[in-house]
Design a protein around this ligand. Sequence first.
Ligand code: 5AD
Ligand code: SF4
Length: 470
Amino acid sequence: MEDLDSSPYAETAPQAGAADGEPAPAKRVFIKTFGCQMNVYDSERMGEALAAEGYVATENPADADLAILNTCHIREKAAEKVYSDLGRLRDIKSARAGEGKETRIAVTGCVAQAEGAEIVARQPAVDLVIGPQSYHRLPELLTRVRSGEGGLVETEFPDEDKFKALPSRRPAASVSAFLTVQEGCDKFCTFCVVPYTRGMEFSRPVASLVDEAKRLVERGVRDVTLLGQNVNGYHGEGADGGPATLARLIHELAAIDGLWRIRYTTSHPRDMSDDLIAAHRDVDKLMPYLHLPFQAGSDRILAAMNRKHTVREYLELIQRVRDARPDIALSTDIIVGFPGETDEEFEETLAVVRDVKFAHAFSFKYSPRPGTPASTMDGQVPEEAKRERLERLQDAIDQGHAAFNLASVGRTLPVVFEKPGRREGQLVGRSPYLQLVHADAGPELIGQMVNVEIRAARANSLSGVIGTSE
Ligand code: 5AD
Ligand code: SF4
């Protein structure tokens, strides 16, 4: 994961599980990841499954024997981008064919799940379409493609646990890592494709997550973000055989020596249980950061969205979280221009943003998704109005973000350094509040937690000096 300060629905750099090695590799794989952090995690795991088959990563699609687009269907733009990338991959495939080289193209992720065979119909150069629940079958499906089957589409929701089928080895890791603990969503917000593309909620057992976290820690990971489309609805099998809550899982993970920091995303207000709020007070390793989407500031729109909470309930919840952990950084998702949203209702959204003073927020123009109830609702809002509302909303969000960062100036924060900064002699790391922090320091501090005295706040990062104040 590159940068949590950029949109979680941006594209991320190509990646795969294997490092470049010698002798010259037989097969190269290019993986491009669109969308959420869960896709980033899935791409990593696909890279590992392919590394076990002898593939190494390449960042250049023209070098790739296998090109994978791990796609996102959450908004229209993300899905359309996949087709333009597929056009480019088709050109590469035919250029390589001219040089006698074979190229396989696979589409995975939520566009694969939602559109299935339609993808091969629109872009016949595609060899393989695999939904998010089936990517552990990638090696086997590739063998079938190599033996002559073309345009394979695999979008079932198989019963088998894909996590069991994947190789358990994790690649040499960086300081922070994602860990998918839960998938799918049963909430059915009327704007959202996730319940259709990722299916019903499924939680991994506590024991296998503790195992995976321990392996990550052995490889140097110190900061783990637990992922799930509805992560606080987690209900995986616990030690007694019954379902465990996310709070229980966090307590178990906090007992792992060498794991310093735990975060989780994305949560639903309805599943913000008392024990999870208490964990923010009681578990030191649970970082003071909460991403809790509210989507809209009007009760009428929230009801039309099927959000299952009112504005007041959301604000009361925020208060309880702040009572448990007063310094918590709050983050959220907001949609403007949901069908029927009036100017006054949009003003109510702005009022919530000003009231809560989020440290961070992602804002989106409503994008009709085929098959979802909202896409056929009356009162679709014109593009121009959506654009204006988004601009005003982003101004309000930026003010909260700047105020939050400014309040850190003069404080000394424990920073876990992750990598070299852009400037020579500089490192970049994360504060407990997920802020990016730059400081002058030698590379020996990568992977260490160090006190940094914050001296300045920029738009998207802080900078400071090592050591505590005199
Ligand atoms: N249009 C706009 N934004 C959407 N999101 C989900 N579906 C849509 C849509 N159809 C946003 C929500 C969600 C985030 C991941 O993406 O705010 O929380
Ligand atoms: Fe989509 Fe989140 Fe609503 Fe589930 S809770 S339907 S993932 S927006």
